[in-house]
Design a protein around this ligand. Sequence first.
Ligand code: ATP
Ligand code: MG
Length: 410
Amino acid sequence: MHIKMPDAVSMIINKLLGAGYEAYSVGGCVRDALLSRTPYDWDITTSATPDQIKRIFPRTVDTGIKHGTVTVLVRSESFEVTTYRIDGKYKDGRHPESVSFTASLTEDLLRRDFTINAMAYNDESGLVDPYGGEEDLASGTIRCVGDPIARFGEDALRMLRAIRFAACLSFVIEENTMSAIKRLAPSIKVVSSERICAELNKLLISDHPELISLLYDTGLANTIMPRLVPLFESGTAGKLLSSLSGSVPDKTVRWSVLTHFTGGAHEIMRGLRFDNKTTDSVCLLTTHSSESYNDISRSDLKKTMAKLGTELLPAWFDFLDALYGKGFSTSLRKTSNDIMEAKECFLMSSLALSGKDILSLGCPKGIAVGEVLSALLDRVTEDPSLNTPDRLTPIAGELIGNINKNQQSE
Ligand code: ATP
Ligand code: MG
């Protein structure tokens, strides 16, 4: 068994070995390498303590030193090097309340959540796999290391991680692991929103977003996404699941599809502590979900483009395609491309007259300026050829004249 590790990882491991310690790549990176997937990052586990690690490498950062993690910097890359440890209970939800270091790799692997995540590798010893991870990888099985009830009792997030890995890897959750999730589902309530969000997000942008159905099957939905429940109880979840699996694997698109069906986009996104940008994008998309966009006029499309902003347009098209079928947005995409290529104005900032120009034409200061600009934008949206200073100035003059007349008569 040989795994090709990045040079920097081999270098770190070899330096630790050379200093007389044990060291392996471990966890997700070993799992992904064995599956011929590109690991997201390479973690290293070692018998060296944080102080010993820091003595060996010139550039380090104390990322989680209490929990035994030192980040080693190699050129512009960084790698987490963690001392073999045994975890206590996970209290703050991210790190175990107490950890103790151990000299045994097997004990370190024992604290890990699933057998497929509990393997270590280096070139000297090859694969270290005391809990049958390789076999579970081959059969596509998510199985707890040890007794599932005990493991989920230590850290309830693992229940959601099991579903997330099933969705990311197209694996099946082993029976005992599954029934433990069903039994302990309510205990997910002690886990922080940030941790839940990270796992839900990975589940949703995976190859199998439809496995969100497992949240209902296991009872986790009751606590972490109660709005899913009525969809399943009323037998209308099918459309949600097929829309999700037919959609592009994009965070904004998938969350928009999900919250289109559940309702409550804002409540859900805020509750999960999503960043403002993603939350705003999802809320905007879910309020632009009508099937009648199919035969919208060119000028109405421009108004919608102004509301959504050009950056969000590709996600909007993907979102509509997910809801109404591939190809639904084809003509919308084409028309919006035309509009952009012809540089037709649909934003106030692209009007041939600016707020300053409007003021110098005698418009009173304040909200009137915005009103004039907005009226000009409406005219230009209908007739792009109006968007020159020459043609807009008389129209603006007339609008300003009306405003001044109205103010005098008040
Ligand atoms: P990803 O590819 O999404 O990063 P990963 O398996 O690397 O997946 P991480 O959250 O990066 O997941 O964790 C790295 C490793 O740490 C896991 O493979 C697992 O061995 C261990 N681990 C992470 N979270 C837990 C947890 N909650 N309980 C037990 N072990 C965990
Ligand atoms: Mg990882």
